[in-house]
Design a protein around this ligand. Structure first.
Ligand code: SAM
Length: 280
């Protein structure tokens, strides 16, 4: 492939900050991300944010099929050059946030997400797969390092939050590599990390995903308050009832929501749903 910077220049491309356009060029790093994602010749890979196509190309060299979304149509001439000869890769010029995921999944079958995500929409995109995806086997995504720490945090730490608990219900989450800002063009103000969220491992069942979401929201709403106070305020139940439920769930008195593991939050949400306090 020709030098990426030369191609961008020749196509008159200008970087758009509002779309999180920080591109990767290092071939070793790109291959490592593809390996982290567990992509092989049977894999259908979905990429969000093709950019100049560097990761798309690396995916295409390993995968059965690559479908990449890109919001910026001005990248079309760039991608025509960088993806020349990548017969198993197609680029859809469309805002991924506006895509119908159920329709896309019926077209893709089983797939993995592999992406260097636009920073301004990282969490909503990841949560969308966590909450809605039916045929996704997992996500391997480059995100800001701080966000990566939040995704994988242990209960009781400052980084642990509602997003961590949401992800943990669906699968195992780990940071596979740290990526310094100098690896991107243009260079962003933060370092990054690659996170793998594996929907085929870890995770746990709850009676109702909706009840779990409500319980998690309640647990982290006022982090300084006790879980008991949050239950009383959010679900408008008598204090005695909140005490009784927490005791039945094995939560010690005075505990704050952030000290409960995702599994413990799941057990609590099952109880709240069974008692009709949160809707299933
Ligand atoms: N994959 C490339 C790489 O690794 O070099 C580019 C990654 S860059 C961080 C993110 C890309 O996502 C940008 O090209 C940006 O235009 C695109 N993008 C931003 N918002 C998007 C959206 N809502 N839907 C699809 N693509 C989007």
């Amino acid at each position: 492939m020709e030098d990426l910077k030369e191609i961008l220049q020749a196509c008159g491309f200008s970087f758009k900050k509002q779309w999180g356009q920080n591109f990767l060029t290092d071939a070793n790093l790109l291959r490592a991300i593809v390996a982290d994602a567990g992509v092989d010749e049977n894999t259908v890979a979905l990429e969000i944010g093709a950019g100049a196509g560097a990761l798309t190309r690396a995916l295409s060299e390993r995968a059965k099929r690559v479908v990449a979304y890109e919001i910026d149509r001005s990248l079309q001439p760039v991608l025509a050059r960088t993806l020349a000869g990548c017969e198993n890769a197609e680029v859809v010029f469309h805002d991924f946030a506006k895509e119908n995921l159920a329709r896309l999944e019926s077209e893709l079958g089983e797939y993995v997400v592999a992406a260097n995500l636009p920073y301004y929409v990282t969490t909503p995109i990841v949560l969308r797969f966590v909450e809605e995806a039916k045929r996704c086997k997992g996500l391997t995504v480059m995100v800001q390092e701080e966000v990566a720490e939040r995704f994988c945090a242990a209960a009781g730490t400052a980084e642990y939050g509602a997003v961590t608990a949401a992800i943990a219900r669906r699968g195992a989450c780990k940071i596979t590599r740290r990526v310094p800002r100098a690896m991107f063009t243009p260079r962003p103000n933060v370092d990054s990390a690659v996170v793998r969220i594996d929907f085929t491992q870890g995770g746990f069942a709850v009676k109702s995903a909706r009840a779990y979401r409500e319980t998690v929201r309640c647990a982290f709403l006022s982090r300084r308050k006790t879980l008991e106070n949050n239950l009383v305020n959010v679900f408008r139940i008598p204090r005695e009832k909140a005490k009784e439920i927490l005791s039945e769930a094995g939560v010690s008195e005075g505990a704050r929501g952030e000290t409960l593991s995702p599994v413990a939050l799941g057990a609590l949400s099952d109880l709240l749903a069974a008692r009709g306090i949160v809707k299933e």
